[in-house]
Ligand binder design. Sequence first.
Ligand code: PGA
Length: 248
Amino acid sequence: MLILIKENAQQMSLEAAQQVASQIKLKPDSVIGFATGSTPLAMYKELIKMHKEDGLDFSKITSFNLDEYVELPPSHPESYHYFMWENLFKHININPSNVHIPMGMAGNIDAFCDWYEEKIKSYGGIDLQILGIGGNGHIAFNEPGSSLGSRTRIKTLGLKTRLDNSRFFSNLDEVPKYAITMGVGTIMEAKKLLLLANGINKADAIKATVEGPIMAKYPATIVQLHRYATIIIDNEAASKLEGEYIDK
Ligand code: PGA
């Protein structure tokens, strides 16, 4: 794992955007795994700026998103479809037919999940997967206790995750109880991982992920086994780490 500790969330986002841009320049038809949540927002703003000001070309990339709430239509402002189009896709030149986001409204969710896995494989796998991390150590919606070999499937969201995400809804009851998520095993097959975290409320999860034992209780700890995982965090998220890491 390469651990990069940045001064603040803005520096974290800039570094992450530069790494995504390098991947796209190196391989214009890269398959990129995108994440939602508040963490990657500033990175997406940087990527939009790179597209508008420097001509960063997204026209040949293919995207696969990590997860989506079950039973929220794509038009719902809190759906991850809506998030991705509002915060990134509509501002860049991605080909809409190259965009893949789990369909929370799928009639047969199990069949959809199998299709999603096959689709990822058909593109030769994900070149670079962007990840946030939950305060409880989840990656995508792989909640504590998720099988470390799991594939794309439906998951029940834990109360901590629903409480964390209730800030986007008018009350807790409105937060969906289920989501479709890439599995931990699916994520681990990406050729490179880029995990981002900022803020003091991520410090425990980052401590467990970087320095704790690998365990299903903190699904993010599995990234210790990935050959090419980069973790970019700010000083606050890094504040509980004991080891010496690159501080730049
Ligand atoms: P956040 O969510 O970026 O909104 O903190 C991250 C996650 O739950 O994976």
